[in-house]
Design a protein around this ligand. Structure first.
Ligand code: ADP
Length: 159
């Protein structure tokens, strides 16, 4: 069974993330979406809140599971038997850092491959930060995030 891991901070999950989840879930037997800590960012939602929001949006995808972890990415991948890490690429600006990290992971854990999936052109502009910026002003979020979680974001922003 081929297990792939799609890691990220997903603070919160966007339609861009969901697009990658759907497409990756068609390629692999099982896709584990893991909400992880990004020490460089101050999160709006806890790891569990973020995982719960993703679970609500992927409940119909039978081979997708959603977990949280504070571990190192390659260690977590190994623990769950995933030998593929999926990364979504929006633009060249994502590439530099992701490429460096993929090479570093390969040194630590040579058996694990990183696969880059190109963002759908519809969502290349979209990031969790864009969503938070829009939500601050109570904007309509329907073009940015799954409808199941729109209320959670606006409520957290006090809107
Ligand atoms: P961000 O805060 O930038 O949205 P995340 O850590 O939550 O970043 O992203 C998790 C993964 O999803 C990363 O591989 C990232 O490149 C990818 N990703 C984020 N937004 C999109 C998008 N709009 N389209 C495709 N991939 C994306």
């Amino acid at each position: 069974m081929r297990i792939a891991l799609y890691p990220g901070s997903f603070d919160p999950v966007t339609l861009g993330h969901l697009n990658i989840i759907r497409r990756a879930s068609r390629i692999f037997d099982r896709l584990c979406v893991c909400v992880m800590v990004n020490s460089g960012k101050q999160p709006m939602f806890t790891l569990e809140e973020r995982a719960d929001m993703i679970r609500r949006t992927v409940s119909r995808l039978e081979n997708v599971v959603v977990e949280t972890s504070e571990d190192m990415l390659v260690k977590y991948a190994k623990d769950i038997g995933a030998d593929i890490i999926i990364k979504g690429l929006r633009a060249m600006s994502d590439f530099d850092w992701e490429f460096q990290m993929a090479l570093a992971r390969k040194i630590i854990e040579p058996e694990i491959e990183t696969l880059f999936m190109a963002s759908s052109s519809k969502y290349t502009y979209l990031s969790s930060s864009v969503v938070k910026e829009m939500a601050k002003y109570g904007a309509d979020l329907r073009d940015f995030v799954p409808r199941e979680i729109m209320g959670d974001i606006l409520a957290r922003m006090g809107k």
